[in-house]
Design a protein around this ligand. Structure first.
Ligand SMILES: [Zn+2]
Length: 417
């Protein structure tokens, strides 16, 4: 198997001596270095174990499917990605924030620029992008409705005559610089490593056995960003930015489940992003895979049942308690790492922030990102069954600003209603 891999190296990498490639060392990672070449590529593929300089593997949780595909013999274990024509559709960076080892600790700022490591690529190192940047048109029923009533206009630039919306989008896999993650959470690196090792059932023994490896690709979901308007203007302080930072809620975001306000918030964020882009600014929606406050959908649905079945019915004062009963905590999203994606885009100021969450606000401000106006969701966009959630959040000080009418009773539907 090894000789086959070496001959593939030889063919694909310009005829350099494959013995040299095989025995050359893992590149050193200098997190926060000034150039890609000085920082060094992050290599977490298993094609040549000697080249590895990171713990874990690529593609987050999907790495398990890759393992399954290799076990089932539908994928060759030594497959080398052919990256022809996959380069970013828009240039992003480098920004000054990339060169600060404390600013960005949970993604690889050079992750979309595999070409910057051309010397290593030519020598047969298997470098996989952890970020991909493309363009798309999105078609959202609520945006169509907003166009219909004249809140959003067809301008032929941001909104097409077909009433779709032009966006740049980027998918970002998590890449954790462990010393920086530990510092962000105020824990020691060894406690962080031990926790990650033990609580994943010993999945990554390198966490405790290879303290020289400082970078970890965790098996969790990443982030998708949607940019409205000219992406070149992101990070330019003269161009105003509207932004929604959204945590995944599949039930509401995709299926329109009415127990929470997630899709209304998401669509409201898209609308103010479009509005800002049409006014000459830029709009940004950051979508984080943190389903059910990062507790997962099984926990979330258990909590829904507990809320609906409890004595007295589903009501705001018991909202957070039911989550804490099942999960031990009310929330595991840890917004501490969330600002990294904005640092990656060079953003230092959000002029209109489509969120009333103090947790998100505080995390951004702590990371040096200024916030202008905080834009609440209009009351008419809150579904009736979601009033329990929103009243609970207001009562808990989660939000600033009232968004509901006090005359309405905040009691959720019964389970079988
Ligand atoms: Zn939700």
């Amino acid at each position: 198997m090894m000789s086959e891999a070496m001959s593939t190296d030889h063919v694909r990498n310009g005829g350099l001596d494959s013995i040299f490639d095989q025995n050359s060392p893992a590149p050193r990672i200098n997190w926060g270095a000034a150039t890609a070449a000085e920082r060094g590529p992050i290599i977490a593929t298993l094609r040549n174990p000697r080249h590895r300089n990171a713990i874990g593997t690529h593609a987050g949780g999907y790495s398990v499917y890759r393992a399954l595909a290799i076990a089932a013999r539908t994928l060759a274990s030594d497959h080398m990605a052919d990256l022809t024509d996959t380069a970013p559709a828009e240039r992003i960076g480098p920004h000054p924030q990339w060169l600060d080892d404390k600013r960005i600790v949970s993604l690889d700022p050079w992750g979309h620029l595999a070409g910057e490591f051309r010397d290593h690529l030519a020598r047969g190192y298997d470098i996989r992008p952890t970020i991909a940047v493309t363009r798309a048109h999105i078609d959202v029923p609520e945006v169509r409705a907003a166009i219909g009533v004249g809140r959003i206009r067809v301008d032929g630039r941001v909104v097409t005559p077909a009433r779709t919306v032009r966006v740049m989008k980027a998918a970002i896999d998590p890449v954790w610089y462990l010393p920086g993650i530990a510092e962000r959470f105020g824990v020691s690196e060894s406690d962080l490593r031990r926790g990650l090792y033990e609580q994943t059932g010993g999945m990554y023994s390198d966490l405790v056995e290879r303290e020289d490896l400082k970078v970890f690709l965790p098996p969790i979901g990443g982030t998708t960003i949607y940019c409205f308007g000219d992406p070149d203007k992101l990070g330019d302080v003269k161009t105003p930015l509207a932004c929604r930072v959204h945590d995944e809620c599949n039930g509401s975001d995709v299926f329109g489940s009415d127990i929470c306000t997630c899709r209304p918030y998401l669509v409201h964020g898209i609308e103010i992003a479009i509005e800002m882009a049409q006014a000459g600014g830029t709009g940004l929606v950051v979508y984080n895979r943190k389903e059910g406050r990062a507790l997962g959908e099984v926990t979330k649905f258990l909590v829904y049942n507990a809320r609906k079945r409890q004595a007295g019915g589903d009501r705001p004062e018991a909202y957070f308690k039911r989550t804490a009963c099942v999960a031990g905590v009310e929330d595991m999203r840890f917004q501490e790492l969330m600002p990294d994606v904005l640092h990656w885009l060079g953003v230092t100021r959000i002029d209109r922030f489509a969120s009333m969450s103090d947790v998100k606000y505080d995390a951004l401000v702590r990371q040096g990102i200024a916030i202008g106006e905080r834009v609440p969701i209009p009351a008419e966009l809150v579904p009736a069954d979601a009033r329990v959630e929103i009243e609970a959040k207001i009562a808990a000080g989660y939000f600033t600003g009232a968004v509901t009418s006090p005359s309405l009773q905040a009691t959720g539907r019964a389970l079988h209603e």
